[in-house]
Design a protein around this ligand. Structure first.
Ligand code: 4AD
Ligand code: MG
Length: 427
């Protein structure tokens, strides 16, 4: 039986299979905390109730030894989870020796180097379970609204988000790149299916070491035919409120394990505050930051801005030169891109980037030239503007940054089972 279901088996004799999480002894009693990945239960072995052989085994068990334990489920308010197993028998699979991660404190480098084992710990376990629920919520949101999941390729011929963070892959004598975003494919897909989304790993050769950057991260990206910037901002607001609410309702136990202050998450309801880039510059100046119109925002500026609000902050209409080649310009001011970023509260920075796409063939051809991109790699993409061009908009939300915020983690490295960062590809 799985440990998470033990509360439904009061009075029954059951067998659990798992690993020793911790042990403790008190006189003639041995307490074995066992985990199986679904929960932790305390198993109690009393010398007077079990055979000498079982008691001796219980006495010798080491951390992370694998075993089966048979016992009777008993309600016990003092036990973690409110139930314990009154142990009868132990069947040992392996007595583990020298498990590297002991309950004492370890440094981050050591833990990251043992990430494959660290995932067994309570806190890491809780974070990854929240990740799993978060991803399900993301998929459900779009599925429930009639979006079609259209997968986009990982090996691609062209850059989406700038040419400085491309991972090059030799492809039978040709140059290809690991995808930075599925957007360029989402756009033709929106013409084929109307409302689409893609979800998958994306790659950026980020050479900076920050607490927000991974070189491999997961992104969910919707693209909507006939939607404008305003429509897509509303979609993003509803989406973020939905996924936060889902985590709050499905992950109460995990949020407790990681000691998240959930009152902050309970405030995340749409709509969110919205300011223009130009207003953001004013707010930054007021806060004493040495910024001028035209500067792109770094982590510092984002933190100052997001700390002014309790909800995610929408910033729209950035200077076009800060943004990608595909962004449509504001018809009221050609210097501005019809794009929006959403900054998470509590200093977590940008979690969403998106906006309205340039839908005029000539303009887009000009931009590709201005951005010094190789036009022939984009011919297929330009077809979207050649054959029935249409207004369309979309965004991308990064799973790891969103999870770092939801879980209030100091660094994105704990939000993904096996993080990939500059100087980090092991294990
Ligand atoms: O703002 P970005 O670069 O937008 C795009 O890629 C668009 N093409 C998406 C679209 O419109 N379909 O990235 C979107 C999000 C960021 O807001 C952030 O959450 C995440 O992707 N992100 C990263 N997360 C972790 N590590 C990195 N290096 C990231 N770069 C972007
Ligand atoms: Mg961005």
């Amino acid at each position: 039986m799985l440990i998470k279901d033990i509360q439904n088996a009061e009075g029954k004799t059951v067998t659990i299979a798992g690993w020793v999480y911790n042990t403790r002894s008190s006189g003639k009693i041995r307490f074995i905390l066992v985990r199986d990945g679904t929960g932790i239960v305390q198993c109690v072995f009393s010398q007077k109730d079990v055979s000498q052989q079982v008691f001796e085994l219980a006495d010798k068990l080491t951390q992370e030894s694998s075993l089966y334990i048979t016992g009777t489920v008993k309600k016990e308010d003092k036990a973690p989870g409110g139930f314990e197993l009154v142990g009868q028998d132990i069947k040992l699979i392996q007595m583990t020796e020298n498990y590297p991660i002991s309950p004492k404190e370890h440094g981050t480098d050591f833990l990251m180097g043992h990430r494959h084992l660290w995932l067994r710990s309570r806190r890491q376990n809780a974070i990854i379970i929240i990740r799993s629920q978060l991803i399900k919520a993301m998929r459900d949101f779009f599925d429930n609204q009639g979006f079609i999941l259209v997968d986009t390729p990982i090996l691609t011929p062209a850059a989406v988000e700038g040419t400085t963070t491309l991972f090059e892959v030799e492809y039978f004598g040709e140059k290809t790149y690991l995808t930075q975003s599925g957007q360029l494919y989402n756009e033709p897909d929106a013409a084929a299916f109307n409302k689409v989304y893609c979800f998958g790993p994306t790659f950026r050769a980020e050479k900076s070491k920050t607490r927000r950057h991974l070189t491999e991260f997961w992104m969910i990206e919707p693209e909507v035919a006939f939607a404008d910037l305003n429509d897509i901002i509303i979609l993003a607001e509803d989406f973020i409120s939905y996924i936060v609410e889902r985590v709050l309702s499905k992950c109460q136990e995990q949020l407790k394990v990681i000691e998240r202050d959930i009152s902050k998450l309970e405030k995340i309801t749409a709509p969110f505050p919205r300011i223009t880039y130009t207003e953001a510059i004013e707010q930054l100046k007021k806060a004493g930051k040495p910024v001028k119109w035209g500067d792109d925002f770094g982590a510092d500026e984002e933190t100052v801005l997001s700390n002014l609000y309790e909800k995610p902050l929408v910033i729209h209409r950035y200077p076009a030169e800060c943004k990608a080649f595909y962004m449509k310009r504001d018809q009221d001011d050609d210097k501005l891109a019809l794009g929006a970023d959403i900054l998470a509260p509590e200093g977590y920075g940008e979690i969403v980037g998106g906006g309205q796409r340039e839908d005029d063939l000539k303009t887009l051809e000009k931009r590709i030239q201005e951005y010094k991109l190789p036009k022939q790699a984009f011919e297929w993409y330009l077809d979207v503007r050649r054959y029935g061009t249409f207004p369309h908009s979309g965004f991308g939300l990064g799973v790891e940054r969103t999870l770092a915020w939801i879980c209030s983690l100091p660094h994105v490295r704990e939000t993904i089972p096996y993080p990939r960062m500059l100087e980090k590809v092991y294990p």
